[in-house]
Design a protein around this ligand. Structure first.
Ligand SMILES: [Cu+2]
Length: 166
């Protein structure tokens, strides 16, 4: 027995009809025909992925100042701003490897997203000899993972409702 083809045919016919219908629908409402045809990708230039904690890194001549020094494991978006007069960049080096931002000129800023694990990281400017000039700092990553959806304070086991006296 050979496979019967009518089924496939029917399917093809169906999809063709559906296509035609779609096309017709598209052609019919030509008020703004371009609305449904192409969905432009969402702006991918957003600074950080969802869930990343933003950390400010001020790069000046020749010093790096972070908005925080202690971290818990998680994903961080280091927003580096060059407030100096030289080109600078940000490099994060530690247990997870190293990540380097692009080099930015005075007044510019860039974002470096890094996933930090437990340990000690060195953060420095990899441009020329800036690291030795003082553009380095260390951070410590430890503790429970960050990015918890809610930070519920310690739940008391005994309700403090009035009228519950004993
Ligand atoms: Cu530098």
């Amino acid at each position: 027995m050979t496979k019967p083809t009518p089924r496939t045919r029917a399917l093809l016919g169906l999809s063709a009809a559906a296509l035609a219908g779609l096309l017709a629908a598209c052609g019919g409402g030509n008020g703004d025909g371009s609305s449904s045809t192409t969905t432009p990708p969402p702006a991918q230039k957003s600074t950080a992925p969802a869930g990343a904690t933003q950390v400010k890194a001020d790069l000046t001549d020749f010093r790096i100042t972070l908005s925080q020094q202690t971290f818990t494991p998680g994903t961080y978006a280091f927003v580096a701003t060059n407030t100096g007069h030289h080109d600078h960049a940000l490099e994060v080096e530690g247990p997870g490897g190293e990540n380097r931002s692009s080099t930015i000129g005075p007044g510019e800023s860039t974002t470096l997203t890094v996933t930090l694990k437990d340990g000690t990281y060195e953060i420095y400017c990899p441009v020329d000899g800036h690291k030795d000039l003082g553009m380095k700092t260390e951070i410590t990553v430890a503790g429970a993972p960050v990015n918890k959806p809610d930070t519920t304070p310690t739940t008391p086991s005994t309700p403090n409702t009035p009228g519950n006296g004993y």
